[in-house]
Design a protein around this ligand. Structure first.
Ligand SMILES: [Zn+2]
Length: 117
């Protein structure tokens, strides 16, 4: 009875660990591959191809605020995010610099945004 419970516990722990790996490892891999800071030259070269409107709006915000450290969309103070569901929302966009309001709006629209630390 005790042994059976130990086996069940062990299997459960393995299942949980496997599920965790499956769920988290691709993200870890993606994060290492996608260390492309928003508003960098490389970022613009990618975004201009895959999401030209975003690139154009970001340039206007940066020019208007006189700094690249602003929300791509509106120019407010911002943090960097990774778009977890980029494949469906904005394929190819490696990262986003967004203020809290724009993050809230985009999350409301179905985007899964994870802070980049
Ligand atoms: Zn904003």
């Amino acid at each position: 009875m005790l042994y059976q419970q130990l086996v069940v516990n062990d299997q459960t722990r393995r299942d949980v660990a496997l599920a965790w790996l499956k769920r988290h490892h691709p993200e870890e891999a993606a994060r290492h591959l996608q260390r492309i800071p928003p508003h960098s030259d490389l970022w613009f070269s990618i975004v201009d191809r895959v999401e030209p409107r975003l690139g154009a709006i970001a340039r206007i915000s940066i020019q208007r605020m006189g700094s690249p450290d602003v929300c791509s969309a509106c120019g407010d103070p911002a943090d960097d995010y990774r778009l977890v569901n980029a494949a469906e929302a904005m394929p190819g966009v490696p990262s986003l610099r967004l203020c809290s309001d724009c993050v809230r709006i985009r999350r409301g629209g179905g985007e899964i945004l994870e802070p980049i630390t």
